[in-house]
Design a protein around this ligand. Structure first.
Ligand SMILES: C=C(O[C@@H]1C=C(C(=O)O)C=C[C@H]1O)C(=O)O
Length: 501
């Protein structure tokens, strides 16, 4: 793959990008993990502190549009640098502020930082041309590790009466190191070619497409809401309702993040084994619902531990990314826009869940966590709806419909190809050149061969190109009134075929 940067540069770049997501993992839960201490420091009730979290959603929302454009116009590195800087302001600011309004603005900085990092990072990995699934999984793993480490540190600090500010200092320090590491690192050239729709082709009716679109957009909300609500309330629920010690309560959060790392691996393996995405999401969401009910109903320490692990595995193992992938397969030509829409439904969750649960927590902490059951059920409904809308029975009829759609696209592209030949024919007429250019045809065959991914198909597709070019020559000769010239030429140079087998 021509990425224009060396392997070692690619490694340094990837390392820094994943390190940012480790910091982001910390950023995601750090306010919730320090909720009681912050309430004290900001002289506000816990329910108000919880609402500060909505600032993250508010900061994310407009930022996806701004940074999406910046990333394409001025490069991914700029966005990532802005993201790191904004996160640094958040972490350092939070260490020292005693004012809840300032804290709210800082939370908005964290949200904007999240958007800036996403806009710069997912695009960089796309530019690198690596395996999208693998890099998405590692991004999620980076976040999970951050979410795993922080609660352990907070529990340790509380036990030893260490100032809460140090937990924010970890994020700040990692960022400073990463900003320095990233200065000399080169980014790959931006790839801006239009996407012609690689990936699975979906040919479904308009109604089904509308249902799937609505369902998957809503899944952007429910999948995000399901995760963050749990991370924001589980620790307090454990101390206040389950009467866990502080340390045990933080351990629940760590069990969740170990579950989430495990989930990333499980989902990755399942997708590679060809488990279809729809049923996978239904299975994950059902597991999350059951785990949540276990935490809420059973109230026993061991069960809570196992259930938190299971919840992390099923709700935070990358189901959201799987949903996004399904959405992108539905609209392969407007991937950027679809990603923005999906992420913004997530932002809406980041914004509204803390407000709703903050209000519910005034009644009881348990009712705040119970609201996650509502989200889980909603999530289950939307994934079932998406699956029903997208599911195609295995039948001659459906496969033929799919082929009709593909043939429509090929025909349009073939017409474009013939029309592109018009100018060539005219130039050949002016210069008196022969229609046949064997060297060029060999080049075309070789190039096509190189871009075929499935080796078994290489020969067939090269043969088809032999026929296309024979017709292309006949077309030119007809135009130029020299039909006899091409009739004796071979359909396809055999030497070119051999070169690629
Ligand atoms: C279009 C051209 O004319 C002929 C047709 C070709 C094709 O269809 O790709 C390639 C080489 C020529 O034999 C060309 O010269 O590029």
């Amino acid at each position: 793959m021509d990425t224009q940067i060396s392997k070692s540069m690619q490694f340094r770049l990837s390392f820094s990008l994943y390190l940012n997501y480790f910091v982001h993992g910390i950023g995601l839960i750090i306010i919730a993990q320090n909720m009681q201490t912050l309430a004290h420091s900001w002289a506000s009730p816990i329910t108000t502190v919880a609402m500060v979290l909505s600032g993250v959603g508010l900061g994310r929302f407009p930022a996806y549009f701004i940074f999406g454009i910046l990333a394409d116009k001025f490069g991914r590195k700029l966005c990532i640098n802005i993201g790191m800087f904004l996160y640094l302001v958040f972490f350092v600011g939070m260490m020292f502020t005693h004012n809840i309004q300032i804290a709210y603005v800082l939370a908005m900085f964290a949200g904007a930082a999240n958007s800036a990092l996403d806009s710069g990072t997912y695009t960089t990995f796309a530019d690198l041309g690596g395996k999208a699934k693998a890099s998405n999984v590692l991004i999620k793993a980076g976040m999970s590790i951050g979410e795993f480490v922080l609660p352990l540190f907070v529990a340790f600090s509380e036990q030893n009466s260490i100032w809460y500010g140090w937990s924010f200092a970890i994020g700040a320090a990692a960022l400073v190191v990463n900003i320095l590491l990233l200065i000399p690192v080169k980014f790959p050239a931006m790839v801006k070619t239009a996407d012609t729709g690689a990936g699975k082709r979906v040919s479904i009716s308009k109604t089904r497409k509308v249902i799937a679109t609505v369902a998957l957009s809503l899944y952007g909300y429910t999948s995000m809401g399901l995760m963050i609500l749990f991370t924001q309330w589980i620790t307090l629920y454990a101390t206040d309702v389950l009467h866990f010690t502080n340390t045990a309560a933080h351990l629940l959060m760590s069990a969740y993040s170990v579950g989430s790392i495990t989930g990333v691996l499980v989902i990755f393996i399942m997708l590679r084994r060809g488990v279809p995405e729809g049923p996978l999401l239904i299975g994950l969401t059902t597991t999350a619902l059951v785990a949540l009910l276990a935490v809420l109903i059973v109230k026993a320490p061991t069960v809570s531990m196992i259930a938190s692990f299971a919840f992390g595995l099923s709700a935070a193992g990358g189901g959201m990314q799987v949903g996004l992938t399904m959405f992108l397969e539905l609209y392969p030509r407007i991937k950027g826009l679809i990603t923005g829409i999906f992420m913004n439904f997530g932002s809406l969750a980041t914004f509204s869940v803390p407000i709703i649960t903050g209000a519910l927590a005034k009644v009881s902490i348990a009712s705040a966590l119970r609201f996650d059951v509502v989200i889980a059920v909603a999530s289950l409904i939307v994934v079932v709806a998406a699956r029903l809308a997208l599911h195609q029975e295995r039948s001659l009829d459906n496969s033929r419909k799919q082929i009709n759609g593909i043939d429509r696209d090929i025909t349009r592209l073939l017409e474009d190809r013939f029309h592109a030949v018009d100018t060539i024919a005219a130039i050949k007429a002016e210069s008196g050149k022969a229609v046949l250019d064997e060297g060029r045809e060999q080049q075309v065959i070789a190039r096509v061969g190189a871009s075929v991914k499935d080796e078994q198909l290489r020969g067939s597709i090269q043969h088809i190109y032999g026929a296309i070019m024979a017709e292309s020559r006949a077309y030119q000769s007809d135009k130029l009134g020299r039909r006899s010239e091409t009739e004796t030429t071979p359909v396809m140079p055999d030497s070119a075929l051999k070169e690629n087998n």
